[in-house]
Design a protein around this ligand. Structure first.
Ligand code: UN1
Length: 497
């Protein structure tokens, strides 16, 4: 019988008040149950909030460098546990071990960055317009932060949010995707083992509709950070807008790689394979469109299809696997639907397009890496996020046309251009509408210490990663100290007076 896991609420591992559980299964072989996890409800969320408020009262008064020290120890523990967590993650969500190791490493990098940020959290001191008066700004924690994260980066994405939230002095309620509750548990264990005061973090398992909604609409949760679909993000935006909450949204993408006729085609080929089929295409940064210059179009497609067909599908724990399964049946069905849509729209399927079965794949959610050529700009295949291993190829005649097509979607997360033309590269950097542009590298591969996020319907103006996220998780307080001993009136008693 599989182990039954618990929430972490009120400083202890506790069963959900609902008494309900669900099974978390290995997507490479659904016969394998990883554990039974709580199907929590609004009452569990409310208990978590009450506890987090106590945690916040304590943590906000802990000096930021001391908060950072806890994060440094978290980094040390994640380093020690890297292999074990990576294996657990692969079992739980399917991507290959090299990728899950990278995912944990991103968490480690984020921890050490956060640790040192505890010694910065800069405010500013500027001249006052009046004599004998100081003018400064300082950063204050906000309160209880609600953190809602997806399945595809079960360690990295939670750490992008939780670690800065904590260093800034907030308490955290963490709701991982119900597809990856085990990795979420391992992260919270590392936080507690590193010495985080127990009530500063709460882990509440369960689905978005019950747990997520209760968390986002709870009046005592003033700050929410969410990564997931644009549709869900819009709903959270309505709730948070009504309640005047801080909200950071990281949502969909329809990222394109542009390959020009002067590109190093071998390099571009490695890039597109990694960008389109890494994490089985289930990244918001995935390369889902290839805008291919007409002069290299046919040759590059031949090279591409040859390599795609050599990709080995399998359990991500096996060294022989290049591409793991999709996360669940719904994801697979959704991808299969897009194959039908593409075919109906007249695109030409060059390879893949169906579920992969066979000896070791029969009990997993495996889908063959798929390439469509002759995809029309403006078609659904070209416009809509699929979140699966499907690459749509559009033939282009010039860089200007490629940039136009790149921009003509509702999203704007990542982008990529392969070229040897330095002038063209800089023009693209200026004109591509995206939060991230790679030159001669694929659309994936963001580093933990740089801002991460997108424009248009990908986000709502915030950035994760790097230094910017620390602004999101803190409030600025402006401080004036007047030591003149007289009433000085700003804008009236100026320095000329
Ligand atoms: C995501 O695509 O959902 O840039 C996050 C990358 C990773 C993070 C991706 N470091 O590929």
């Amino acid at each position: 019988m599989a182990k039954t896991f618990k929430n972490f609420i009120g400083g202890a591992w506790t069963a959900p008040l609902t008494g309900d559980h669900y099974e978390d299964r290995n997507p490479a072989d659904w016969r394998e149950v990883i554990g039974r996890f709580p199907k929590s409800g609004p009452k569990d969320v409310d208990r978590a909030v009450q506890s987090a408020l106590k945690g916040f009262a304590l943590w906000r008064r802990t000096p930021a460098p001391a908060r950072g020290d806890v994060l440094r120890r978290v980094g040390d523990l994640l380093t020690e546990r890297k292999e074990a967590i990576a294996r657990a993650m692969t079992r739980e969500m399917g991507k290959v071990l090299a990728e899950t190791r990278g995912d944990v490493q991103e968490g480690i990098d984020t921890a050490y960055y956060a640790a040192s940020e505890g010694r910065r959290l800069f405010g500013r001191t500027v001249p006052s317009e009046l004599r004998d008066k100081w003018a400064m700004s300082t950063r204050r924690p906000i309160g209880v932060a609600g953190i809602i994260t997806p399945f595809n980066f079960p360690m990295a994405i939670p750490t992008w949010k939780i670690f800065p939230a904590l260093v800034c002095g907030n308490a955290v309620i963490f709701k991982p995707s119900s597809d990856v509750p085990h990795t979420g548990t391992l992260l919270v264990e590392a936080l507690l083992d590193a010495g985080l005061p127990p009530e500063v973090v709460q882990l509440v398992h369960g689905g978005g509709r019950l747990v997520g909604d209760a968390l986002v609409s709870h009046p005592k949760v003033p700050v929410v950070s969410f990564t997931g679909s644009t549709e869900t993000g819009a709903k959270l935006g309505e709730i948070c807008g009504r309640m005047h909450k801080h909200l950071s949204l990281e949502m969909g993408g329809k990222n394109a790689m542009i390959v020009m006729d002067d590109a190093d085609l071998d390099l571009a080929l490695d890039g597109v394979l990694w960008g389109a089929f890494g994490t089985t295409g289930q990244r918001c940064t995935a390369t889902s469109r290839l805008l291919l210059h007409k002069k290299v179009h046919d040759r590059f497609l031949r090279m591409l299809v040859d390599r795609v067909e050599k990709l080995r599908l399998g359990d991500g724990l096996l060294p022989t696997s290049d591409v793991g399964p999709m996360i669940n049946e719904g994801a697979l069905t959704n991808t299969a639907n897009y194959v039908e849509i593409g075919t109906a729209e007249g695109a030409e399927m060059l390879t893949g397009g169906r579920r992969a079965t066979g000896a070791r794949l029969g009990h997993g959610w495996f889908f063959k890496p798929t390439v469509f050529a002759g995809v029309k700009a403006g078609s659904r295949l070209e416009q809509e996020e699929i979140f699966g291993p499907v690459l749509s190829v559009v033939r282009v005649g010039s860089l200007d046309q490629a940039i136009r097509i790149n921009n003509d979607v509702r999203y704007g997360l990542s982008s990529s251009l392969y070229t040897r033309d330095i002038n063209g590269a800089f023009r693209a950097i200026e004109d591509i509408q995206a939060g991230i542009t790679y030159i001669n590298a694929p659309t994936i591969g963001a580093e933990a210490h740089l801002p991460f996020g997108g424009v248009k319907e990908t986000g709502n103006g915030h950035r994760e990663g790097g230094w910017q996220v620390y602004d999101f998780f803190s409030e600025t307080k402006t401080v004036y100290v007047d030591y003149s001993g007289t009433l000085q009136r700003a804008q009236i008693d100026n320095y000329e007076g």
